[in-house]
Design a protein around this ligand. Sequence first.
Ligand code: SF4
Length: 221
Amino acid sequence: MKLLLHTCCAPCSVYCIKSLREEGIEPTLYWYNPNIHPYAEYKARRDCLREYTKLVNVELLEDDAYGLDEFVCNTYDKISTRCQEYCYPKRLRQAFEFAKSEGFDAITTTLLYSIYQKHDFIKDLMTSLSAEYGIEFVYRDFREGWQEGQDEARRIGLYMQKYCGCVFSEEESGIGREIGRKMKKAGISPTNANVRKFIEENKVDGLIRPEKLKSIEIEEA
Ligand code: SF4
């Protein structure tokens, strides 16, 4: 099987590469992530992946496209649904295009590793793209190796990003940390699940604005 692994970053690739190799599948990694901004962050993730692929001796092919302007033009009017309406389809369709042009017969993505991504949506999208392009989608629930992959990534000192990729997710992540601090002060456990639930409940037009944060009171537990 000649499998292309669309790869969002080095830490997310650790467990995916390991588990595919354990199955006897040698993946070729494919970098195409024009959703990562600003450029310093894009470069940090891309360069880390370059180093990591050398370390574990896996082939990396790149479509090195930094796409801030295109991303903003395509998402400014759909911020709350940007992942499903633009970001995932943009990246994954390109991965299928690339797989087809380079003669790969199977494909999957490290997006299926992250516990923070919209797993079921990605799975369905990959399934329909697979039918459209006639390329096998190798579905795996890589989330089962989440902790193992994170531990290994930290052990070997990979660059660990603090947000998903776009500027909107950077804002949400920063605000999430602030909410976590408020929760702790109020005696509420600032788990990822608690913080995310709080953010979802307090979003306005898909975003939780910094100015809104000031007015948020977290009741004591
Ligand atoms: S939050 Fe992540 S998946 Fe969603 S649009 Fe931003 S970079 Fe893409």
